[in-house]
Design a protein around this ligand. Structure first.
Ligand SMILES: *Cc1c(COP(=O)(O)O)cnc(C)c1O
Length: 353
């Protein structure tokens, strides 16, 4: 528990006082609908989604499906256009441009900083340790009256590892702003996620996405799980019809096929094991970092050159050598068995040439 946390105190004043837009569907959503200037003659596309009509503003059905899956209540769930929308909304709700600050822990996901820059919010960076864990005391020492959010990515991108659970809890208990735990890769990890902890921590926001383990990056569906008061602010500030009908239908179909999701996670994790073993057998690979995600970070001599040569042979990975503690590191997403074979073959050839 964090007794000093007070949500109303950290919300921007203009947002606390905001009267949200009321869409036509907020009042009535059935009957002869002549209220929203839609086209009653229909859409040019034949399906049963009634695409001539606006989508549901609050996505009750999808949110309830997600809530069941993550063992929380619908009131704890926000859905948006990718996690990126949720990140941007947190800045807009809690951080006053030119005044407030957030803390990130590099090397980490680049979007926190981009979103901060777009919103004119300062970023205090507290590096992870060389084995990629949080420096909790240093983080708390950097907190000022203007620090509103701490971003923790677990499993972290690009380092692939879980953050220590007790460190996240320590931040939740000792920071009076929001701790945003980005769990984009949580379904690949053996560690339990933090979603259910929103009942215990009113200052916790868990970000999830259908882009990774669910294999639905194309539909752009991101999720925030938090205390209902935080979710209400997100609902108030979001664009009224942020999640479209095609996305929401595809997401619901995804939840009807959880067996396939689970099967793919298993396959990815077992491929990952195999590639780790193969990479560790290559003398020129200096280190393969432990992974709790669907990608691997590894170190080779002259990584930038290896990266370019891999691309020349048709295998695209990500060069991460410019990130702190990641000198000469490449990040490789686990692909299908055939893709991984081609990656290993190309890499072996390059390293032996
Ligand atoms: C891929 C990724 C996301 C996903 O973002 P979406 O906008 O939901 O596709 C979020 N956070 C991290 C750390 C990621 O690597």
């Amino acid at each position: 528990m964090n007794k000093k946390f007070n949500l109303e105190k950290i919300v921007r004043e203009n947002i606390r006082d905001l009267k949200p837009y009321r869409s036509a569907r907020d009042d009535y959503d059935s009957g002869i609908l002549l209220d929203a200037n839609e086209n009653s003659f229909g859409s040019p596309i034949e399906n049963d989604l009634e695409l001539n009509r606006y989508p549901m503003p609050y996505q009750e059905k999808l949110r309830s499906e997600i809530a069941d899956y993550r063992k929380v209540d619908s009131k704890n769930v926000f859905v948006g256009v990718g996690s990126d929308e949720a990140i941007d909304l947190l800045f807009r709700i809690f951080c006053s441009p030119g005044k407030d600050k957030v803390i990130t822990n590099p090397p980490t996901y680049g979007m926190y900083k981009v979103s901060a820059n777009i919103n004119n919010i300062k970023v205090d960076e507290v590096l992870l340790t060389p084995d990629f864990q949080l420096q909790t005391e240093r983080i708390l020492n950097r907190v000022t009256d203007f620090t509103k959010l701490i971003f923790v990515c677990s499993p972290n991108n690009p380092t692939a590892n879980d953050m220590d659970r007790k460190d996240i809890i320590y931040l939740l208990e000792n920071f009076d702003g929001l701790v945003v735990v980005d769990e984009a890769y949580i379904d690949f990890s053996e560690q339990a996620g933090f979603a259910e902890e929103v009942k215990n921590y009113p200052n916790l926001v868990v970000l999830q996405t259908l882009s990774k383990a669910f294999g639905l990056a194309g539909i752009r569906l991101g999720i925030a799980i938090a205390n209902p008061d935080i979710i209400n602010y997100m609902m108030k500030v979001k664009a009224p019809y942020n999640v479209n009908k095609l996305t929401s239908q595809a997401a619901l179909n995804g939840f009807e096929n959880l067996g396939s999701v689970q099967k793919n996670i298993k396959s990815i994790n077992s491929e990952k094991k195999r590639i780790v073993a193969d990479l560790e057998n290559l003398a020129q690979v200096e280190k393969v970092f432990p992974s709790d995600a669907n990608f691997l970070l590894f170190r080779v001599d002259d990584a930038l050159n290896v990266y370019k040569k891999l691309a020349d042979s048709g295998v695209i990975v990500r060069y991460r050598g410019n990130e702190p503690h990641c000198e000469n590191c490449l990040r490789m997403t686990i692909g299908t068995a055939e893709e991984n074979d081609q990656f290993l073959e190309a890499l072996t050839k390059i390293l032996n040439s």
